[in-house]
Write a protein that binds this ligand. Structure first.
Ligand code: AMP
Length: 282
């Protein structure tokens, strides 16, 4: 596996491969890789001639009180995992490479970013869309891989790809979970034993609501009430939002008619955890 820290370095590696007609797949990450990330990487390697991963903890998507400074990092371990999985190129830029002095152009996607994480974290999706478009332009992939774990992000990136006519096949892959149901996340590393023990309640609450949906419940309020009730079993869990939204445009729905999802974000002693479950008829 080759490693590049500069944009020029990435272009130097990829230009001849692209000219030779190779199909390039891309997995953007913030590193501290776990099995969820690796599921995207494995799919990318299987479906493309050349696979590129990026590791970049993007300051533009962190609010002033977020965990930018303590976000976990393991460049050595990440490199070993990516190389073993068959990745051809890992791009690990410094912040100044992506946001040099004088930087002043931002990408904003409306509507799908209004609620949930967009409402709770001002500037979050602007930061994500800006860095993802930059990375797309640097790597110029034919295919890109994102996780359903960050569903609003994936829907936002899909909107951006369509709106800006980017020639990129987007794949959104299922959430990889720990055996007890907790969605894998780099931030799980922050959890102490007590918080780790209650964190699986998120998935339990969502699967309980999905079971009620399958039994015919269509009221968003009723499903949210169920999720809230399960989460209330752990007083340490502070709910940020529990939302039932249309899967295509992330707009809140009152009564579910068509594909939807229940998404939530909570705070567990300073650690932000998100999860979701998709609700489809039939
Ligand atoms: P991150 O490093 O958190 O920015 O995540 C990089 C990519 O991995 C994003 O597309 C995430 O949605 C995806 N991802 C993170 N956690 C998981 C998971 N548990 N299962 C599947 N994909 C994930």
């Amino acid at each position: 596996m080759q490693r590049a820290t500069t944009i020029a370095g990435v272009r130097e590696v990829l230009k001849p491969l692209r000219a030779a007609g190779k199909r390039i797949g891309f997995v953007p990450t913030m590193g501290y890789l776990h099995a969820g990330h690796m599921s995207l990487v494995e799919r990318c390697v299987a479906e493309n001639d050349v696979s590129v991963a990026s590791i970049f903890v993007n300051p533009a998507q962190f609010g002033p009180n977020m965990d930018l400074d303590r976000y976990p990092r393991d460049p050595e371990g990440d490199g070993a995992k990516l190389a073993a999985a068959g990745v051809d190129l890992c791009f690990e830029p410094a912040v100044e490479e992506i946001y040099p002095e004088g930087f002043g152009t931002w990408v904003e996607v409306d509507k799908v970013t209004e609620g949930m994480d967009g409402a709770s974290r001002p500037g979050y999706f602007r930061g994500i869309c800006t860095v993802v478009l930059k990375l797309f332009e640097i790597v110029r992939p034919d295919a890109a891989y994102f996780g359903e774990k960050d569903l609003q992000q994936a829907v936002t990136v899909r909107r951006m790809i369509e709106d800006l006519h980017l020639e990129i096949d987007l794949s959104v892959l299922p959430t990889v979970r720990e055996p007890d149901g907790l969605a894998m996340s780099s931030r799980n590393a922050y959890l102490n034993d007590e918080d780790r023990a209650v964190a699986p309640l998120l998935h339990e609450a969502l699967t309980g609501a999905a079971a009620r949906f399958r039994e015919g419940e269509r009221s968003a309020d009723a499903l949210v009430a169920h999720v809230r009730e399960v989460l209330a079993r752990a007083p340490a869990i502070a709910v940020d939002y529990i939302s039932v939204v249309d899967l295509r445009d992330m707009q809140p729905v009152e009564s579910i008619d068509g594909d939807a999802c229940i998404a939530l974000a909570v705070d567990l002693h300073g650690t932000r955890l998100i999860d979701n479950i998709i609700l489809r008829d039939g």
